[in-house]
Design a protein around this ligand. Structure first.
Ligand SMILES: Nc1ncnc2c1ncn2[C@@H]1O[C@H](COP(=O)(O)OP(=O)(O)OP(=O)(O)O)[C@@H](O)[C@H]1O
Length: 612
């Protein structure tokens, strides 16, 4: 997780706490008040049953006044009941508010995940970082939720500290010293175990993420066909088992370390109890301690040791969990590529001219250049077809144009201005794109076309669907344009065919009505009639916009003004269909191979009496 844009910064516990509290203060101050009051009650609660027995026993061993005994008992019960009530009430209020705070932190993570540079989304380190960040806020008892709980318990405990010390000092300062040393040893043992657990978190999260991926694949409808037809059940189960085994091994290792620390804890406790009880009994036997005081000291020392042990564990917990907060901050601090300080307005004069000038590019974490010194100009309103074999770099070109990735060298210009100069969001608005892998959302048809849920122009949605050739199908559905796609959110949702999805994606691009149209294999899944109709209305769809059309069906490129034939990241041939055919180069050869196939097919159909 330590590349140029994603570095781990060492942050102090205090700094991480400040980060958490700054957000909570911004979102819901009342949570801090609740925690503050809670810590006061937590501080008071243990002393009620430390002091009350002393007064009761002293009275019982002395004058035995019934009215006084009843008063002590009633006051004690009342204070105890009130304290318990408030602790329970505040705990409930805390849980509710803390959930909201955690949801807000989760939103912060999601926002970052959706806004960061696209290139980060394929980086496994970043994917792990998202998971770790998510774990920091998703569990109410760990990460931020746990820190907040503990920090106020710690404050409450510190307030009670003075009470315990005052009582124990009246017995013997050495006892206090002994107890403190005892507990500090426990603190360091705990801290070591927690830090070990933290050090394993990266690996544990990595395998958790892998296991979750396989789990979700196993129950994902989209993979269901392959899983069944290729009998993939065992393969997937084995993979999941392998990932889970590594996770479990890490957890077992941590648990065994925790177990050892608990054993040391128990031995120290036994020693402590033996020594302290022995000393107290000795004092009673020699007559220097009353039974009332004996009871009070036993309760105080037991309470103090327990309290201080918990306090130390809580501090160790906060210290370790603040490191998780550090992970969350590392994720939020992942740097995007530097943007221009004062972005330019996207020019309004259209249609747009696009120019790639000496562009070189390779994907992050890869040494292979996809393009070297690529230059290409698309004139205003021109329709460019890009063709070429698989992996030639056609889609990569679109990713660069849309600023999903940036060139390593060279520039891309829009109307003569470097596209990096524009505000990214405004620049995105220019594009109507149909990507090669079509993704539908589990929302209704209208939302899938408009890609928003407010201020939708329903007429335009229908018109776009009509032009894309999907309106008839949608109208035939019981709920028409309100029908949900996929069944993830709505059990009555529908599953569209590959071609129908492609038409819907086309309708989406038409609805957006961006000034630059990019169609990456838009008809690959369409039946010949639908494809033919799209070709017929191609000019109507695109109007006079600048357009890039990527296709393997070379016949479709005739609708474009100019064709670029790509191979190994280079434009090997460039010209109109007729020019390239005349050149008799690779394009012509590819075109002839395809048309030969059609011709042969037609001939055999003719021979079979189809008479086409
Ligand atoms: N995210 C990525 N990381 C690393 N390499 C990638 C990535 N995406 C694509 N590539 C590689 O870049 C090369 C060009 O891919 P691209 O998708 O641009 O090809 P294409 O011409 O559109 O292919 P096709 O006709 O199959 O769609 C391929 O070799 C591919 O493996």
């Amino acid at each position: 997780m330590e590349n140029d844009n994603h570095t781990k910064i060492k942050r102090s516990t205090l700094d991480n706490l400040k980060f958490v509290f700054r957000y909570i203060w911004k979102w819901d101050k009342s949570l801090l008040y609740i925690c503050g009051f809670n810590s006061i009650f937590i501080a008071v609660a243990p002393f009620i049953w430390i002091l009350a027995p002393k007064f009761l026993i002293d009275e019982l061993m002395g004058i035995k006044r019934v009215d006084i005994l009843i008063k002590i008992l009633l006051v004690t019960l009342l204070i105890s009941a009130v304290t318990k009530y408030f602790i329970a009430y505040l705990a409930g209020a805390y849980r509710m508010k803390m959930s909201n705070i955690r949801f807000k932190f989760i939103d912060v993570i999601h926002e970052k995940a959706m806004e960061m540079d696209y290139k980060h989304t394929e980086d496994p380190d970043v994917l792990n970082a998202i998971r770790i960040a998510w774990r920091t806020v998703s569990n109410p008892h760990r990460g931020i939720g746990g820190i907040l709980q503990k920090i106020f318990t710690i404050l409450g405990s510190l307030a009670g500290f003075l009470g315990y010390i005052a009582i124990i000092l009246t017995l013997n300062p050495l006892i206090l010293l002994y107890l403190v040393v005892n507990v500090i040893i426990i603190y360091f043992i705990n801290l070591k175990v927690n830090e070990y657990e933290k050090s394993q978190e990266g690996k544990r999260t990595e395998y958790f993420r892998k296991s979750v991926y396989v789990s979700s694949t196993m129950s994902d409808f989209q993979y269901g066909k392959d899983i069944r037809v290729y009998s993939m059940k065992d393969l997937l189960l084995r993979k999941k088992e392998y990932f889970d085994k590594i996770r479990t091994d890490i957890s077992e290792d941590i648990e065994s370390k925790r177990y050892r620390s608990d054993v040391i804890d128990a031995v120290l406790l036994l020693l402590r109890e033996g020594i302290v009880y022995g000393y107290l009994i000795h004092r009673v036997v020699t007559g220097s301690l009353t039974i009332g005081n004996f009871t009070m000291y036993v309760a105080t020392i037991g309470g103090f040791a327990l309290w201080m042990g918990n306090l130390m564990k809580d501090i160790a917990f906060v210290k370790t969990n603040c490191k998780y907060v550090g992970d969350l901050r590392d994720f939020l601090d992942i740097k995007d590529e530097e943007k221009v300080k004062e972005p330019l307005k996207v020019p309004i004069q259209k249609p747009y001219e696009i120019e790639f000038k000496n562009v070189s590019f390779k994907y992050p974490n890869s040494d292979n250049y996809i393009f070297k010194n690529l230059s290409l100009k698309i004139k205003p309103g021109q329709k460019l077809a890009i063709v070429g074999v698989n992996g030639a770099g056609k889609t990569s070109l679109v990713k660069l144009l849309t600023r999903l990735y940036s060139p390593i060298e060279g520039e891309i210009y829009l109307n003569g201005i470097n596209i990096n100069q524009f505000d990214q969001k405004e620049y995105y608005r220019l594009f109507s794109i149909v990507f090669q892998e079509i993704k539908m959302f589990a929302f209704n048809v209208t939302e899938n076309i408009a890609l928003k849920d407010k201020n939708i122009n329903h007429e335009r949605v229908k018109e776009s669907a009509r032009k894309a050739g999907i309106k008839e199908k949608v109208d035939s559905l019981e709920k028409g344009f309100s029908t949900s796609i996929l069944k993830v959110i709505d059990e009555h949702g529908i599953e569209l065919s590959g071609g129908e999805n492609q038409k819907l994606a086309l309708a989406r691009a038409l609805y957006k009505s961006g000034e630059i149209v990019v169609l990456d294999e838009p008809t690959a899944a369409l039946d010949p009639i639908a494809e033919h109709n799209i070709y017929l209305s191609f000019n109507e769809l695109i109007e006079n916009r600048t357009a890039i059309y990527i296709s393997h069906r070379l016949s479709s490129t005739r609708f474009c003004d100019v064709i670029a034939f790509m191979e190994e990241g280079e434009i090997k041939e460039y010209g109109t269909h007729d020019e390239l055919m005349e050149k008799d180069g690779k394009y012509a050869s590819m075109f002839n191979i395809q048309s030969q196939y059609y011709k042969e097919e037609n001939m055999s159909k003719e021979a079979a009496g189809y008479g086409i």
